[in-house]
Ligand binder design. Structure first.
Ligand SMILES: [Zn+2]
Length: 146
């Protein structure tokens, strides 16, 4: 399936979960559902999700390392060091990306996504995200536990 088909299946599964839970379909819910529907294909280098995840890792590594690097090496040199760390993070993800339909296409990954979503938002959104993620696995025909 392509990204649009996964997105539509995920929105359907996530919306059904929200209705069953008595929750409204809000913008945060839509974001969680869309992410859950598309995140499993972050392991394929031709997908936009792969590009987005590798960019997010680089940006995250840059901003997480920047205060420490600037404190240690000064403002300019610390910024350059953080930029290198961000680029290294992106390059490392691209080099070490899991095989397609591997760990990201498992129930374990769906549960991990739900756990992270639950930690960051609500259990209801986490269940909707899990439903969207699981819809991707079912649509691909690759439902593995681990
Ligand atoms: Zn897939």
């Amino acid at each position: 399936m392509n990204a649009l088909q996964h997105l539509l299946a995920g929105v359907l599964a996530g919306a059904v979960a929200l209705v069953l839970l008595g929750e409204p379909f809000t913008l945060p819910a839509a974001a969680v559902i869309a992410m859950g529907a598309l995140l499993p294909d972050a392991d394929h280098h031709k997908t936009r999700m792969f590009q987005a995840v590798s960019l997010a890792i680089g940006i995250g590594a840059f901003f997480l390392s920047k205060p420490v690097m600037q404190q240690r090496f000064g403002e300019f040199n610390g910024g350059i060091a953080s930029l290198c760390i961000g680029l290294a993070g992106t390059a490392l993800f691209r080099l070490l990306k899991p095989k397609h339909r591997g760990i990201t296409h498992t129930v374990f990954a769906a549960a991990l996504y739900a756990a992270i979503t639950c930690f960051l938002s609500t259990p209801q959104l986490a269940l909707a995200g899990f439903a969207a993620y699981a819809s991707h696995l079912v649509a691909d025909g690759h439902v593995k536990m681990i």
